[in-house]
Design a protein around this ligand. Structure first.
Ligand SMILES: [Zn+2]
Length: 477
């Protein structure tokens, strides 16, 4: 069946105008740069059509519906070719990990997920780009040379034409700088685009009911931020055994945004943590030798020993504080502390020292002893694997082994002992020398910096308490 399409479309459009006309509305149709404005015109052509419309409107509405159906059901030439292209560019065995193509300003970027040990040369091979092009790119200038230092996780993307020829690439040199290398008239040109970041200072507070991570989430903190918070107080609080329901925290922290989008968490500027009624506070401060956390009196939060020698994030993700009570009761007859933890959890050296034993025995399983200054020895038993050797110097926080169940044990756990001058002490309560305070010449500057932050911290917790207190009814006079 042959239909004169132009006549049909003309008639069809007029009917549409008429429909709008009949409901008495003004239509502003914008099509690219052309603008068609239709008003309630008293057009004789429209008047005659109006009659037809009334008579045949049911049929015409049906025709319109059919046409619309066709328009949506049949893909345009462009979409068909796009689908074909996608299929063609998909190798059965992916040579490169390319994440979803993103379109910005109509440029299609192929993002490369750089794997460990992958070189720029292998990436070019996988994208069917020549090694000559690679040579010309990295020898373009000093900025372009940075491409030779690609690393896993780096942000690298390519833009190619339909035949797979190189058009441009972009590479994030740093958080604020992005390198673009483009082909312009068969010549390579480079450009650095600067991205500015904005810092937002936020406050948060929370009360622990289940786990610290859950409380953090409720307060809008990421898990990474919760880890940062715990790491500030890791010398004072055992985040595995000592956290209780009702413990509270408050913090002032930074969120970093770029181009209006959240990029990552920033620093914790100040924080407080109340554990079993005892409050610890810390302020981030640069005394001229880099940023560190200090107590309100100006003592470094870092001490000679960590309260718990293992990473709490492995344990407290589904943390039930009560679960650990029976374990604590066993502390008396037993000369150490048991930390129930999943097999493989990294165990840290609680302080700087020298490994005096790294061995295996029937009772201890794989074990490590560390000698520290001031007559202190720490002992770690039942490892799956030992990661240090006898005589080795270790730093606080260095992984010395992983939790296991070797030796005379029933389940995977770390047995930890703290020995001071030959006497076993409870590592969670033993008094340890405090870090020395900031130098006298620096303390005044620190205190004037810290005071407003400390009162802001207090106000965050006060606000929270006030919100939870029942309102007292006013007395009627
Ligand atoms: Zn034990």
């Amino acid at each position: 069946m042959y239909i004169n399409m132009s006549v049909f479309v003309d008639e069809f459009m007029q009917i549409i105008y008429l429909c709008f006309d009949s409901i008495n509305c003004k239509v502003h149709l914008k099509k690219k740069h052309k603008q068609a404005v239709f008003k309630n015109a008293n057009n004789p052509k429209f008047a005659s059509l109006s009659f037809k419309f009334k008579k045949f409107h049911l049929i015409l509405v049906w025709i319109m519906a059919t046409m619309l159906l066709f328009a949506f059901a049949i893909p345009s030439k462009e979409t068909i070719s796009k689908h074909k292209k996608l299929q063609l560019s998909m190798p059965t065995e992916p040579l490169l990990n390319l994440t979803a193509e993103t379109t910005s300003f109509d440029i299609k970027w192929k993002h490369v997920d750089i794997k460990k040990g992958q070189t720029l040369s292998s990436i070019f091979d996988a994208l069917n780009l020549s090694q000559t092009l690679l040579y010309n790119i990295v020898h373009l200038n000093k900025e372009a040379k940075q491409l030779t230092k690609i690393y896993p996780g780096a942000d690298l993307a390519f833009n190619m034409d339909d035949s797979g020829h190189f058009l441009q690439l972009k590479y994030r040199i740093s958080e604020s700088e992005e390198l673009f290398i483009k082909k312009v008239d068969d010549k390579l040109v480079s450009e650095i685009v600067l991205h500015t970041t904005e810092t937002e200072v936020k406050t948060a507070n929370g009360t622990i009911t289940g786990s610290l991570f859950n409380a953090g989430k409720k307060s809008g903190l990421t898990d990474a931020m919760v880890m940062k918070l715990a790491s500030i107080f890791a010398w004072d609080i055992d985040f595995i055994l000592d956290i209780r329901a009702g413990d509270t925290f408050s913090l002032i922290y930074e969120k970093i945004y770029q181009d209006g989008e959240f990029l990552h968490d920033g620093r914790i500027i100040a924080a407080s943590f109340t554990n079993q009624g005892k409050t610890y506070k810390a302020i981030s401060y640069d005394d001229g030798n880099g940023w560190s956390y200090y107590s309100p009196e100006g003592r470094n939060m870092k001490k000679a020993f960590l309260r718990a020698p293992l990473n709490f994030s492995y344990i407290s993700s589904n943390f039930n504080p009560k679960r650990f009570h029976p374990v604590q009761k066993r502390v008396k007859p037993h000369r150490g502390i048991d930390y129930a933890a999943p097999r493989g959890t990294p165990v840290f050296a609680a302080g700087n020292g020298v490994v005096t034993r790294s061995s295996y025995s029937k009772y201890n399983g794989n074990y490590v002893f560390i000698k520290h200054p001031s007559g202190i020895v720490t002992k770690y038993l039942h490892f799956t694997k030992r990661k240090v050797k006898k005589g080795q110097r270790v730093k606080q926080g260095q992984t010395i082994g992983t939790v296991g169940s070797t030796g005379m044990v029933t389940g995977a756990h770390l047995h930890y002992e703290f020995v001071l001058n030959g006497v076993h002490r409870n590592p969670r309560t033993v008094k340890l020398p405090k870090a020395s305070p900031l130098a006298k010449s620096k303390i005044n500057a620190y205190l004037s910096y810290a005071t407003p932050l400390l009162s802001q911290l207090d106000s965050i917790s006060v606000t929270r308490i006030a919100l939870h207190q029942p309102k007292i009814a006013k007395k009627e006079s």
